[in-house]
Design a protein around this ligand. Structure first.
Ligand SMILES: Cc1ncc(COP(=O)(O)O)c(C=O)c1O
Length: 465
């Protein structure tokens, strides 16, 4: 640890004092080949693991100051999770009760987390229009209205949300870059972060450009262009984009919008973990996609791009970081099939490779083929393929002359089957089988590992079981 990284030198009075002043970290490997430096503000360093800790505390303190929230009160919020964590942390320290409404597309980790922090969570359907009573915001609002000494935190329409970022996130970025930041990349959910931090930075230097990413399916980009509310489409990235226009989002702060697909976002989030050691969620993938694009276009070592690492990837272990989930959602290519894939898929119960010695008789070879229900056998001597016998040829020869059954395989065998490596791509394997022999022998790690026939490949390609 470097001397400058020696933070937390003194004890804090409570966990809420540790919110903010998150580190700004330079990205290296994901930016390879780019001359523009890209820095990321690691909001997962907040005690609740996301950028939302900042507004959770701020919204509660504002309600206390206004007298809307008194000791023992209830805090209600419609939250995709992170704001709930921020509110629940502060509520735990301050002794308030929390109820959160959350759309059912959100990862289970998020609702479990909120319950662990003592909150009550109500899951609502994602696939309802924004004005439906079961919509998570409508529902949250109704719960708060039905209680006394209760507030609806209302992050989408609460001016305290952008204000918290104006007072903290923006000044931190300015100070951490010594005022050298030239581009701020931040994708809005409620819009609080980009509005507050972006506004502060532009007040400090009007030349700073603010660029927003938007998940494909969100209505924000279209609204920024036309001021018409289009109909949103579902998307998988959590926490950003939207199907309604929040007042916490000031469109005038944003100079440019860029759409990012779920797939690009998720794959970039995975790369950040593997290549930079930064475990983040899909919304950060959107930020990174835009930040990299901006850096590429600028191609300027004197520019300085800052983006936000919104929350910890631990919240998405069953989604972004699950290969199964990624494949189910067509966001991860299945590995290209190879010869090894084909032998792995054979589930006949027979050994992977049945061979015969050259000293065996034709009778023994035919018996082996019958026992294991195979139609050819590689002839193996000292670990090498020296020939092959096939059921059709041996049977024809034995029918013509039964003496053949007692002859050795060495006397009767044909040329050996081609031997290929287990990593041989399926396409090349197919070409070989069509052009050459009906089967090939597979070698893996220097050992003969299996046999693949035309029939096996057809099974694989046609999905026959
Ligand atoms: C994971 C995640 N990323 C980004 C954001 C966007 O931040 P903001 O609401 O300040 O625009 C949110 C907001 O909910 C979020 O949960």
């Amino acid at each position: 640890m470097t001397e400058t990284a020696r933070s937390h030198a003194r004890p804090y009075d409570d966990v809420l004092e540790t919110i903010g002043w998150t580190p700004l970290i330079r990205l290296h490997r994901v930016t390879a080949g780019l001359r523009t430096p890209v820095y990321a503000k690691a909001e997962f360093f907040n005690p609740g693991g996301s950028v939302k800790d900042r507004i959770g505390l701020a919204m509660i303190e504002a309600a206390e100051r206004d007298g809307r929230l008194k000791p023992g009160g209830l805090i209600v919020e419609a939250t995709s999770g992170n704001t709930g964590v921020g509110l629940a942390l502060a509520a735990a320290v301050k002794g308030y009760r929390c109820v959160f409404t959350m759309p059912d597309k959100m990862s289970q980790e998020k609702s479990r987390l909120l319950r662990a922090l003592g909150a009550e969570v109500i899951i609502t359907p994602t696939a309802v229009p924004p004005d439906h009573p079961e919509n998570y915001i409508m529902k949250g609002r109704a719960i708060a209205a039905a209680h006394t000494n209760a507030i609806f935190a209302d992050q989408h329409y609460n001016a305290v949300n952008p204000d918290a970022h104006y007072k903290t996130t923006g000044p931190e970025i300015w100070e951490q870059t010594d005022g050298r930041v030239t581009h701020f990349v931040c994708s809005p959910g409620t819009g609080g972060t980009v509005t507050g931090a972006g506004r502060y930075l532009k007040e400090k230097n009007p030349d700073i450009r603010v660029i927003a990413g938007d998940p494909v399916g969100s209505i924000y980009t279209e609204y920024a262009r036309t001021h018409c509310k289009a109909e949103g489409q579902p998307y998988k990235v959590e926490g950003i984009g939207g199907d309604k226009i929040p007042t916490a989002l000031d469109f005038t702060v944003i100079d440019e919008w860029m759409f990012v697909t779920d797939r690009d976002a998720m794959l970039l989030a995975r790369r950040l973990a593997r290549e930079e050691g930064l475990l983040v969620g899909g919304s950060t993938g959107v930020n990174l996609a835009v930040a990299l694009d901006v850096a590429r276009r600028l191609d300027d070592p004197n520019a300085l791009v800052v983006t936000i690492l919104c929350d910890t990837g631990e919240r998405y272990l069953s989604k972004v970081f699950s290969d199964e989930w990624m494949r189910e959602n067509q966001m991860l290519e299945t590995e290209p099939a190879t010869a090894a894939t084909i032998i792995g898929a054979k589930r006949s119960g027979a050994p992977e490779l049945v061979t015969v010695a050259p000293t065996a008789t034709a009778r023994q070879a035919l018996n082996l083929m019958s026992t294991y229900d195979v139609s050819q056998l590689p002839v193996v001597e000292s670990g090498d393929c020296v020939g092959a016998v096939t059921e059709s040829t041996l049977t024809a020869q034995a029918l013509a002359d039964p003496q053949v059954l007692e002859q050795t395989v060495r006397e009767l065998m044909e040329a050996p089957l081609p031997v290929v490596d287990a990593a041989l791509p399926l396409e090349r394997l197919t070409t070989l089988l069509l052009r050459d022999r009906p089967a090939v022998v597979i070698r893996r790690d220097g050992r003969l590992a299996g046999i693949v026939t035309r029939y096996d490949v057809l099974h694989h390609v046609a999905g026959i079981r």
